[in-house]
Design a protein around this ligand. Structure first.
Ligand code: TRP
Length: 357
């Protein structure tokens, strides 16, 4: 059952450090609530699948409570809300359900439909300084990428938004990639300062822990960083033919013998990694079996392994996109539940801040 109200923060989880965190989750999954999310800027791909989606499903199956945010307001930090946003949001819901996120247990929701969550940003912004926001390396990188002058204020303040995403539901565990760690640190700072200032006796917000992904970061099929909009990944929505074409076009090198050497042969090793993740076998072992058969044989192995792994996900996804009304109802239910939680939290926050009249 999804929770319908903010749950009191379990004391133990707040002090648990990353080491041993996994053990704590295994032994007492019920004391953890996870908030995780994606920005709806295009279809999810195998990097997401192996890097985070499968882990979310694993944690869900363990009995951890799961909230999945479709961060639609994040897309307007650096662009005009695209006309196809609603379509992308629906696509994400299909991706989630296809990989096994269970809409009866998880809460899937969007920023834009939970006003009470967004209202938390206001007091949160009062707890951090402009300098602290400016120092955030993730924001710095993004700003450098767009070219400083035209950075929106929403981009600059995004870490406070992300803190609201996490704290509105008292999430105490956030599965993230390394690039998101500075955001999480600021979330912890905001939680701590809010507690010190407004709730010194009984801390109101948890200081959430980062759960770092155990899967190595996959490269794109061209050997560069894998990205939703770079055409170098394999979307979960890709057909079997498209997948075959993408893998056939993957960059390799000129050595015939296939070996797993991530530093020296990143492209070949990355393909081995994809096969390894699909088959659940070590990449070196797969390399040995292919031996001198060369890149074409490697690509065949990767395609077979991935097709088998993606097959059921793909067919579930195909069925789901035939039922847009169902997908919308899942999201509407998630939005309603998230709103209940956010209203409770905002009510508490107003009490604590003496602004409840
Ligand atoms: N910033 C994340 C991304 O770019 C998405 C996101 C928004 C998120 N809010 C979050 C992730 C809160 C974890 C927790 O992918």
């Amino acid at each position: 059952m999804p929770a319908t109200s903010a749950k009191p923060f379990p004391a133990r989880a707040g002090t648990a450090r990353n080491r041993g965190l996994e053990h704590a989750v295994q032994s007492d999954p019920g004391s953890f609530r996870i908030l995780t999310g994606d920005r709806p800027t295009g279809p999810l791909h195998i990097g997401h699948l192996f890097g985070t989606l499968e882990n979310r499903v694993r944690l869900q199956e363990l009995g951890v409570e799961l909230l999945v945010l479709i961060a639609d307001y994040q897309t307007i930090t650096d662009r005009v809300a695209p006309v196809r946003l609603a379509h992308d949001v629906e696509g994400l819901v299909a991706d989630y359900l296809a990989v096994g996120i269970d809409p009866d247990r998880a809460i899937i929701f969007t920023h834009s439909q939970v006003p009470e969550l967004n209202q938390l940003i206001l007091p949160f912004l009062s707890l951090i300084s402009v300098a602290e926001l400016g120092r955030n390396p993730t924001v710095k990188d993004e700003i450098a990428m767009i070219g400083g002058g035209s950075t929106s204020a929403l981009m600059f303040t995004y870490p406070a938004h992300q803190a609201a995403d996490i704290l509105f539901c008292h999430a105490n565990l956030v599965p993230v990639g390394k690039d998101q760690l500075p955001h999480l640190e600021l979330t912890r700072t905001i939680a701590r300062r809010f507690n010190e200032r407004y709730s010194p006796d009984v801390p109101y917000f948890p200081e959430p822990e980062a759960l770092l992904s155990r899967t190595p970061l996959l490269l794109g099929l061209d050997g560069r960083k894998m990205g939703k909009s770079r055409g170098n990944s394999i979307p979960l929505a890709a057909s079997a033919d498209e997948t075959a074409r993408l893998i056939r076009g993957a960059k390799t090198d000129s050595e015939r013998r296939i070996t797993y050497e991530p530093e020296r042969r990143p492209e070949v090793s990355n393909l081995l990694e994809i096969a390894s993740l699909s088959l659940g076998r070590p990449p070196g072992e797969i390399a040995n079996e292919i031996g001198d058969a060369g890149a074409a044989a490697l690509k065949r192995v990767v395609l077979d392994a991935l097709s088998e792994h993606l097959g059921p996900i793909r067919s579930r996804r195909e069925e789901l996109v035939q039922e847009p009304d169902y997908l919308r109802s899942v999201l509407q239910r998630g939005n309603a539940l998230a709103r209940e939680i956010a209203s409770t939290t905002l009510g508490d926050v107003q009490e604590l801040m003496h602004t409840s009249y």
